[in-house]
Ligand binder design. Structure first.
Ligand code: HEC
Length: 192
């Protein structure tokens, strides 16, 4: 029974990925895959509306695609305490989730035998990616649940704890792309 369920779901997902909603509908309503009907919450075969697309955030490094809204470091501290601290720790350095700050310069030193400490502060080249990631992937158990204001705010809090922006900073679609990350120049285009 389990195998049938998984097969049906995978078939529906593949159909959705390969040829859009119409094919997925066929897959999930096919008589050979009745188990998929037991999982209507996945929404395979649902038509995507303009409103759905408006909810989809995917900013580029230069800020195109960032939504409106804004948040301060102070507001972000509140969001962090309520929604992130349990997994990322009081100082953003330990926990069930990844370490978020520290390790600056450790990537360059790793070529001399030191251990690289990969964090938002030491590794990530663009601040817009931080907004994007938090918006779509965090909090880990309830992704995509935060308002844009809260995401701007908690992004500001993390960047201030990483000593990248000042404590009184406000982030929005204009100011976020202007933040220069410490490892911005650490990425080299592949020579091919
Ligand atoms: C239930 C635990 C949990 C909560 C709550 C949580 N996170 Fe995470 N977070 C994780 C885990 C686990 C990862 C690693 C995910 C992975 O590698 O796929 C992670 C990764 C991240 C990363 C990427 C770090 C990196 O360098 O790769 C960021 C940024 C982040 N979380 C921010 C947040 C923010 C902001 C919040 C609060 C709004 C939050 N997280 C809430 C567990 C959590």
């Amino acid at each position: 029974m389990y195998i049938t369920t998984n097969k049906a779901l995978i078939a529906a997902a593949l159909a959705l990925a390969c040829s859009g909603g119409a094919a997925a509908q066929t897959a999930s309503s096919s008589p050979s895959t009745p188990a998929a009907e037991a999982h209507p919450k996945y929404g395979f075969g649902t038509n995507i509306t303009d409103d759905d697309l408006k909810q989809f955030v995917s900013p580029l490094p230069d800020g195109r695609g960032l939504p409106s809204g804004s948040g301060t470091v102070m507001q972000g501290q509140k969001v962090y305490t309520q929604q992130c601290l349990a997994c990322h720790g009081v100082n953003l350095e330990v926990g069930i989730g990844d370490r978020l700050v520290g390790g600056r310069g450790s990537l360059a030193k790793s070529s001399q035998g030191g251990a690289p400490v990969k964090t938002v502060e030491s590794y990530w080249p663009y601040a817009t990616t931080l907004f994007d990631y938090i918006k779509r992937a965090m909090p880990f158990t309830t992704p995509n649940s935060m308002s844009n204001d809260d995401v701007y705010a908690v992004t500001a809090y993390i960047l201030s704890k990483a000593n990248i922006i000042p404590d009184d900073a406000t982030l929005n679609r204009e100011s976020l792309p202007k933040v220069v990350m410490p490892n911005h120049d650490g990425f080299k285009p592949a020579n091919r």
